[in-house]
Design a protein around this ligand. Structure first.
Ligand code: GLN
Ligand code: ZN
Length: 744
């Protein structure tokens, strides 16, 4: 039987984040390029050794990157914008300038990699982009592996996805129009790989797991017709992941490529077997989840692969996507909750699963053997009883006009009320206090004293600046999701479960494994303390259900909407306790609302329904006189605007400075009639806005939103900034609000 096993990619940051350290040392000038290169070479070597030892039949190569695979591809095809070339730096420093900026030029834009928490750098292409094969990284790494005795299948972003994810350097330009020139570069790449003896290359085309126009599908067809017809090339695997290929599947099946990978975790088998053109090709069956941390149900994964046997020439068992999105190794976790641990499979364990499934497909299901029993997940009956008792009215507040009136009577806010998004700068002392407390070097009383002193200081500062609605500043939070995960039942934390988010930055997502419940209040103590230090209203600060799910590994044994409702109930109780402690304003952040949006239109309604419903369930227990805020971190609302309206928050703060408040027009067009706080300055840079520019933005804003409903705030939280810029920026913001208010 023609069967094999492979994976689509592997983590690269290092089991102990070795690459992160090496990169940051190099960037800070603490180490030489040689040191960085040798750390990188060691990581590549150990990855190849591990893949080779796993027993996989075919191994991915070129999975290493100093920063990001899209950036690697841009550099490979010579798409380096002039402003970086003109810096006159070495190749590697030009690369890092594109990734991180330099003193004189900002970096390339960065954005989310599909619906994951990985971010890629967005290549910039224009009419003057001239592609070439400027860099041979895939070939170099192939040779480097070969020298170590390991044969790999270089993985490269496919040409069409590369263009579809790039942005035009000038308005009206369509990157897709560059396809021909780009294919010249890819032809040269494939030729040079073939000359070096490469047998297989993997071209990733995940863009086709989202909805694509006929023109884009035609580009896919044209690209693989052309590459497929090359006389001198390796065999080509076109990889898709994060969803189903839909109409792109037949396009690829009819093209001359030898293999296609399909994500059978995100999508089903539907339709695949009926694509007759797959006969004669290899289908790489992504049955082991590359994005989540649970052990695979081997029997059902095997059944999926077996179904495909009749439809293709060869079936290779694989992961649904690159393993880049999961941590390295469960074995590294010494203190994991024993209920959770036996359920987990990280990258290393997933390799073993894929190998075992490959053997089972070849030799029969018996080789899987006894699957060790796992104890049932602990069930929280109280949570389920509450869920069962939920009625639509639990997610509905009174009408907005009545609420607004009750809130104004209580809060007595001026027109153009000023506030911030929650966090204040996280100074070295704060971080140290948290770390010392965690490590037991600081007792709870001393820790509380330090945090209170910080809160007091931040409250005094906000009063002196003249802000209207204050915050406590979030000094006790390491991260807006992890903080809650550590206090809620149903989550586990890992020690080394790092996953690359972008460049050297990693996150350690909590693992949401059980029923979520709140053993005790999570934020009340800090908020109430802040409120006790001021007569102005202090805004309580929570993270919303969808964002908590988006930034965790979530259980996959029940619909996400059910898990979201459990989180919502915990937040609902927290809001009730905040109210009881005298807090009259509560912000529930949902920065991830848009990021979880399904790639395909047809899945969106269902997602938005539960995302909105869970936010409302969390907040609708609040009294009319309690003002509910929400905060969203992006300005492209197009596809979620009615969902944002559906959240029914009294005040919505959003990113807007970079887009010059254009978002207000969108909101108006959508009939959004509650409070809005379009960010008046960008917190991603240390630049201090001057009063006049904020006045200008606000003057534009009051023409669109009535002053009673218009809020004045920065774009996002201030935790990554320093006081040197935060204080003058907020003072200018408050002064500008005052000026515009005078003129009303
Ligand atoms: N309240 C959070 C903060 O200010 C919000 C962060 C976010 O939107 N990502 O840090
Ligand atoms: Zn934000």
């Amino acid at each position: 039987m023609n069967v094999g096993s492979t994976v689509l990619g592997y983590p690269r940051i290092g089991p102990r984040r070795e690459l992160k350290r090496a990169l940051e040392d190099y960037w800070a000038g603490r180490t030489s390029l040689e040191t960085l290169e040798s750390v990188a070479a060691e990581l590549r070597a150990s990855t190849w050794a591990e893949l080779a030892a796993s027993g996989l039949d075919s191994l991915p190569g070129n999975t290493f990157s100093y920063y990001d695979q899209m950036l690697d591809t841009a550099v490979m095809v010579g798409a380096v914008p002039a402003r970086y070339r003109e810096l006159g730096l070495s190749d590697v420093d030009t690369y890092f300038a594109m990734a991180r900026g330099s003193d004189s030029v900002p970096p390339l834009e960065m954005t989310k990699w599909f619906d994951t928490n990985y971010h890629y750098l967005v290549p910039e292409l224009g009419p003057d982009t001239a592609f070439s094969l400027a860099d041979d990284k895939p070939l170099r790494e192939y040779r480097e592996a070969l020298a170590l005795g390991v044969t790999t299948r270089p993985v490269v972003i496919g040409p069409v996805t590369f263009l579809l994810l790039s942005k035009a350097s000038q308005e009206g330009f369509a990157p897709l129009s560059l396809l021909d020139g780009l294919l010249d570069a890819y032809e040269r790449l494939l030729g040079s790989l073939a000359d070096a003896g490469v047998q297989w290359v993997q071209l990733d085309e995940p863009a086709f797991c989202a909805d694509r126009s006929p023109v884009e599908l035609a580009a896919l067809s044209a690209a693989y017709e052309r590459l497929g017809k090359l006389a001198n090339r390796p065999r080509v695997l076109v990889a898709s992941y994060f969803g189903t290929l839909g109409p792109a599947l037949s396009v690829l099946a009819e093209s001359p490529v030898e293999a296609i990978s399909v994500d059978l975790v995100a999508g089903g088998l539907d339709g695949i077997a009926s694509v007759t053109a797959l006969q004669g090709k290899t289908v790489v069956a992504g049955v082991v989840d590359g994005r989540n941390v649970w052990r695979t149900d081997l029997a059902s994964a095997l059944a999926k692969c077996a179904t495909l046997l009749g439809s293709a020439d060869r079936v290779e068992v694989s992961t649904s996507c690159s393993l880049l999105h999961v941590p390295y190794d469960v074995e590294a976790e010494a203190s994991l909750d024993p209920v959770v641990r036996p359920r987990l499979a990280f990258a290393r364990q997933k390799l073993a699963e894929v190998v075992l499934l490959g053997r089972a497909l070849r030799e029969g299901a018996d080789v899987i053997g006894e699957v060790p029993e796992v104890s049932p997940r602990p069930r929280n009956d109280r949570v389920w009883a509450r869920l069962a008792a939920l009625r639509p009215e639990h997610s509905r507040r009174g009408d907005y006009a009545t609420r607004a009136k009750a809130q104004q009577e209580r809060l007595k806010l001026p027109l153009l009320a000023t506030t911030t998004i929650g966090s204040f700068p996280q100074t070295g002392e704060i971080r140290k206090a948290r770390a010392d407390f965690r490590a037991g070097r600081l007792g709870p009383n001393e820790y509380r004293r330090l945090m209170r002193a910080e809160i007091e200081r931040v409250v005094r500062l906000q009063e002196s600046i003249g802000l209207d609605v204050l915050v406590h500043g979030e000094p006790e939070r390491n991260d807006m999701v992890q903080y809650f995960a550590e206090l809620l039942e149903g989550f586990a934390a890992t020690e080394f479960g790092w996953v690359q988010s972008y460049g050297s930055r990693c996150v350690r997502p909590p693992i949401l494994f059980g029923d979520v419940a709140r053993p005790e209040p999570m934020t009340v103590e800090w908020a109430a303390y802040a409120q006790s230090r001021s007569h102005r209203p202090v805004k309580g600060m929570l993270t919303g259900p969808t964002t908590i799910l988006a930034w965790s590994f979530v259980r996959d044994d029940q619909p996400l909407g059910v898990t979201a409702r459990q989180v919502a109930l915990a937040l609902r109780d927290e809001i009730r306790d905040l109210e009881a402690a005298g807090i009259g304003v509560v912000q529930v952040d949902e920065p991830a609302l848009r990021e979880l949006l399904p790639l395909r239109e047809r899945d969106r309604e269902e997602y938005l329904a539960w995302a909105v419903e869970s936010f409302r369930l969390a907040t609708a227990g609040a009294a009319d006189s309690t003002q509910i805020h929400t905060h969203l971190c992006y300005s492209e609302f197009g596809d979620v605007i009615s969902a944002i309206d559906g959240l029914d928050a009294d005040v919505t703060t959003i990113e807007a400075a970079r887009s010059k408040m254009e978002v207000l027009d969108d909101l108006r067009a959508a009939g959004f009639g509650r409070g809005v706080g379009p960010g008046v300055y960008d917190i991603h840079s240390p630049r201090v806005p001057d009063v006049d520019e904020v006045v200008e933005l606000l003057s534009a804003a009051v023409r669109v939103v009535p002053a009673e409903r218009l809020w004045v705030n920065p774009d996002c939280g201030l935790k990554t900034r320093g006081y040197a810029e935060v204080e003058p920026a907020l003072r200018n913001m408050v002064a500008a609000a005052g000026e515009v208010r005078e003129r009303l």
